[in-house]
Design a protein around this ligand. Structure first.
Ligand code: PMP
Length: 355
């Protein structure tokens, strides 16, 4: 830390992204990316846009915003496009939380929530998941804090039914409930349809997972016009050109090519079923996933040892050194060939261990 670093950040523990090693080529099952490239039309749109990089992007992302609003059946003023969904989440923490309006979220969830809270001086209430790693909706009813819940949750992959989400949102209309739907296309029900009924609901989403644009950085928030107006105030006070030209072009093409991406999501769901079944037949406890990853533990090998042994064999998964989940690994679902290679490697590791 330099002697110039602001005191207010001196205790800040930054978010640690999944590793991106350069030492060899890995089968990457560690950061929940799509294994499928963007569609041809998406790629062409980006290449064509490169010629215009001398010009700033449209601060409103007019065409992208209109098309995405139409895709999700909401109005133009009910959506804000951002630089990944990390940005809309940070904007929401900045806009709706402060030292007096804290935020509640599960103890095991997306690791960026406590970081955004610490960055913005917001008190957090971490609510333990139940023993089976599900969210207990009642825990979020009758508390004064704003709420953020990933649905499906990460890294567990478990989703809450929409009726339970609605119960949390409806229970107190004087606080904001953020539903982070980064993984919704892999099996959960979206809460977007509820935004017209509840002006305290913000739904966030991303093009990083089912739409193959993790490297493009494109996310969005959907909520009442008032919430979106507040979020725009934060955006225009931080980074008006937050969605760059190439990403905007990619997003427009991706919305137009929606069926290509939804077909890929269905393939991921099939590959997930294959992986779950294979792991269970090897004795693993695999949580019920509605996401593009599975969270699994073996009675025969620790989470860390499995992670390290897989890495030696050129396969990267995500291991979290965190209480309650240190025996698990989170495995992103890739192509069927990748998942077969993963299962083969796990079989070999378990066999070597039993010798
Ligand atoms: N929410 C959750 C639950 C996530 O796992 C992630 C991805 N790491 C994000 C949001 C952010 O994704 P992005 O910024 O790529 O949209």
């Amino acid at each position: 830390m330099s002697r110039f670093f602001s005191q207010k950040y001196s205790a800040l523990e930054a978010y640690v992204p999944g590793e991106q090693p350069r030492d060899m080529k890995y089968i990457k099952l560690n950061t929940n990316e799509s294994p499928f490239p963007p569609s041809k039309k998406t790629e062409e749109a980006v290449l064509a846009e490169a010629k215009k990089l001398n010009l700033y992007s449209d601060p409103e992302s007019y065409e992208l915003t209109s098309l995405t609003a139409e895709l999700f059946g909401v109005g133009y003023d009910e959506i804000l496009m951002t630089n990944g969904s990390d940005e809309i989440l940070n904007f929401a923490f900045m806009a709706f939380c402060d030292s007096e309006h804290g935020i509640a979220f599960p103890d095991i969830t997306y690791g960026f929530y406590p970081v955004f809270a610490a960055l913005n001086g917001i008190p957090c209430k971490e609510i333990p998941l139940k023993d089976d790693f599900t969210v207990c909706p009642d825990d979020y009813v009758g508390i004064p804090e704003n709420v953020v819940i990933a649905n499906p949750n990460a890294p567990t992959g478990i989703c809450l039914p929409l009726s339970e989400i609605e119960r949390i949102v409806a229970s107190d209309k004087n606080r904001v409930v953020i539903i982070d739907e980064a993984y919704v296309d892999f099996g959960a029900e979206s809460a977007i349809g509820l935004i017209k009924k509840y002006d305290n609901l913000l739904v966030t989403g991303t093009f990083s997972k089912s739409r193959s644009l993790a490297g493009g950085r494109l996310g969005f928030g959907i909520g009442s016009e008032e919430l979106i107006r507040d979020l725009k105030t934060v955006k225009y006070s931080t980074n008006p050109y937050n969605v760059n030209r190439m990403t905007s072009a990619a997003g427009i093409a991706a919305v137009r090519d929606n069926e290509y991406y939804m077909q890929n999501a269905r393939t991921v769901i099939k590959n997930r079923a294959y992986t779950e079944e294979a792991l269970r037949s090897l004795g693993f406890n695999v949580l019920e996933s509605s996401a593009n990853f599975v969270f699994a533990e073996s009675p025969d090998i620790s989470g860390e040892e499995l992670y390290l042994s897989l890495k030696k064999k050129g396969i990267l998964v995500r291991h979290f050194n965190k209480k309650r989940i240190e025996n698990f690994n989170r495995i992103t679902i890739g192509t069927l060939d990748e998942m077969k290679a993963f299962v083969r490697a796990v079989e070999e590791i378990l066999k070597e261990k039993r010798k």
